[in-house]
Ligand binder design. Structure first.
Ligand code: DP6
Length: 326
């Protein structure tokens, strides 16, 4: 039977991917760097069957249709073409251990697990780089989830994208750095990351400044990771996140992912630092905040963040592993 099961963890970007140079192939305007998280993952089984006339996608025991289904089948088409197996359809069964409430996009772990399971089910043996390159075309940030620990997505130069993939920077056990996902009670009109980054690239007067500063941030953070220098890594990550979010304010029409509680959490983190507890924040395309901290401060961090008005939950995570096959 052409079946395989793979598990992939989500990741949090410390240097953000924000902007595409090619929307079809998902080629970014800048390198990005992330930490894979152990707390949040997707487990996917892909079974190719001769008798199927179309793909079936089941997520958390529910049959999925619409845009979510379309993205999965379009991505599988790509893998089918790559494997020379057009016309062979699959049943895809996914379980998401990424609480949507935690504000992590499940697309990173979702597409990484799907790519791994589908290619394996079709008998392809790919290098990590090839798998990452393929995964990128499902969702950009997913290409970093192939690896555990820290990974960098190299934007590449080529038009065909074959040099745009992630590479490992430091393995899961390199450093016990942790992330608290701070969940807010925030109801907002959603601008998806896909739509938000497009509007920014097309219209933001601050976009050039964002792209120009990436090599500087990347060099510093890689030094910090190698030296296990928490302050260095935290400072660069927080500043990089603020620059990414600044680009949205320069877009036409302008927008922001921040909610008033987002600001309160950011100020709480900065206040903790003033009181001698090292902690730094980062924020993706949504109102929730992720806080970087070290194990010795876990209790204090959790307690302080839980007490912020408007915070509904604080979910803790460690450095996670790369793709595994079950
Ligand atoms: C803000 O990977 O979700 O989380 O490539 O269009 O699927 P697509 O976008 P996606 O964007 C993630 C943006 C981000 C930053 C990051 O993870 O690097």
């Amino acid at each position: 039977m052409m079946q395989s099961t793979a598990k992939a963890h989500t990741n949090i970007a410390l240097i953000k991917y924000w902007g595409k140079r090619n929307e079809t192939l998902i080629l970014p305007t800048n390198n990005s760097l992330s930490l894979t998280l152990d707390g949040f993952y997707t487990k996917t089984t892909v079974t190719f069957k001769d008798e199927l006339t179309e793909d079936i996608f089941i997520l958390d025991d529910e049959i999925i249709s619409g845009e979510q289904y379309r993205r999965v089948t379009v991505f599988l088409d790509l893998i089918r073409t790559y494997a020379g197996k057009s016309g062979l359809y699959a049943e895809i069964n996914s379980i998401n251990e990424v609480p949507t409430a935690a504000g992590f996009a499940s697309s990173a772990s979702g597409f990484a697990a799907l790519a791994a399971a589908a290619t394996k089910a079709l008998g392809l043996t790919l290098t990590d780089q090839e798998l990452s390159m393929l995964t990128r075309q499902g969702s950009g940030s997913a290409c970093r989830s192939i690896y555990g620990g820290f990974a960098e997505w190299q934007k590449g130069k080529r038009e065909d994208g074959i040099d745009s993939y992630a590479v490992p920077i430091a393995p899961q056990d390199h450093w016990d750095i942790r992330v608290a996902a701070v969940v807010l009670d925030a109801k907002m009109k959603k601008v998806s990351s896909r739509e938000g980054m497009k509007r920014t690239v097309d219209t933001s007067t601050f976009f050039k400044g964002w792209v120009d500063r990436i090599p500087h941030d990347l060099n510093l953070i890689k030094e910090g990771i190698e030296e296990r220098d928490f302050e260095k890594v935290g400072q660069v990550a927080e500043a990089n996140c603020l620059k990414m979010h600044a680009t949205t304010l320069g877009a036409i029409p302008p927008f922001t992912y921040w909610h008033d509680t987002t600001m309160t959490v950011m100020q709480t983190v900065q206040a903790m630092r003033e009181n001698g507890i090292p902690a730094y924040f980062t924020i993706d395309a949504g109102p929730n905040v992720k806080v970087l901290y070290l194990p010795e401060n876990e209790e204090k961090i959790q307690e302080t963040l839980r007490n912020v008005p408007g915070v509904t939950d604080v979910i803790l995570s460690r450095s996670g592993q790369g793709i595994t096959y079950l």
